[in-house]
Write a new protein. Structure first.
Length: 290
């Protein structure tokens, strides 16, 4: 037992493993006054104690997260990126080579759409009759997407209906306090033979010392490994159609990446790895309803 854990807000709550429900925590990392535990049973990584669900909901709506270092603003650190739209367009062409997006109109819902870059990319490359929408609880991000003319909103899941051909979550999984229950709700919103598209890092497959980026606790609540994602799909009775691995699913162009890398090194902050030999990967997964 580690007796030197950081202090956490009084409203924080201790939880067991969100994936397998085991209560066998092993210290994995500490960041921003919070502790990431590795499950001794399944090796899933999760924050415990974590903010209350009410606090998590409020932070997801405002983009503001309370930490021991002050407020982390998840909105101001980035913004709508045309470069990211182009990257998504290129990725979609290689990840859906079967004509899934072009042969007929598709209904696509991007959950956790942020500023709306993926919505813009799917609109650009899919069949002209497609219906592409995005939802995100963070109203400031949604407002940016709307100003770009995109079909994005801060609607709840229960407000957007069912029958989607594709539902995507790009770098959303780590923000979910109960990922299996959330993914189960999305599965039920899919049309017959509908697909779930998921992108997240395989942080639970590496040791903290090899994790290439800041943990950003408690904005990030869970860290999966690749096998955890496969297990989740099986539990949801979905078949994995495709898995692709990337150093980073999205990375800045080399000059900008180099500038950020150098600045972080000077400031003593965690930096992303230059090496493609790292065990860390961004994992892309397509899964279909059985």
């Amino acid at each position: 037992m580690n007796l030197d854990l950081p202090s956490v807000p009084p409203s924080a709550e201790r939880v067991s493993c969100p994936l397998c429900s085991a209560d066998e925590p092993v210290l994995w990392a500490q960041d921003n006054g919070y502790t990431a535990q590795r499950c001794g049973a399944c090796r899933f990584v999760y924050v415990s104690p974590r903010p209350s669900l009410a606090t998590i909901d409020e932070a997801s709506q405002t983009g503001l997260h309370q930490t021991e270092r002050g407020v982390y603003d998840a909105v101001s650190v980035s913004g709508f990126s045309r470069r990211k739209v182009r990257m998504f367009e290129e990725r979609l062409g290689t990840l859906f080579p079967d004509g899934r997006l072009t042969q007929r109109p598709v209904r696509w819902l991007d959950v956790g759409c942020g500023f709306g870059e993926l919505v813009a990319a799917v609109e650009a490359v899919s069949h002209p009759g497609s219906e592409v929408t995005g939802i995100d609880p963070c109203r400031p991000k949604v407002d940016v997407g709307r100003r770009k003319g995109l079909s994005v909103s801060d609607d709840q899941l229960e407000d957007v209906g069912e029958g989607y051909d594709v539902i995507s979550l790009v770098n959303v999984f780590s923000h979910l306090p109960d990922p299996i229950a959330f993914l189960g709700r999305l599965r039920d919103m899919l049309a017959p033979s509908g697909e779930l598209v998921l992108v997240t890092g395989n942080g639970a497959d590496v040791e903290y010392a090899d994790y290439p980026d800041p943990l950003l606790l408690p904005d990030h609540l869970v860290f999966a490994g690749e096998q955890h994602l496969v297990t989740a799909m099986r539990r949801l009775e979905m078949s994995v159609l495709k898995i692709e691995r990337y150093d980073h699913f999205y990375r800045d162009p080399l000059p900008l990446f180099a500038a950020k890398y150098a600045a972080k090194r000077v400031l003593g902050r965690p930096v992303a790895s230059w090496s493609s030999r790292s065990a860390f990967r961004s994992v892309f997964m397509r899964a279909r309803v059985d």
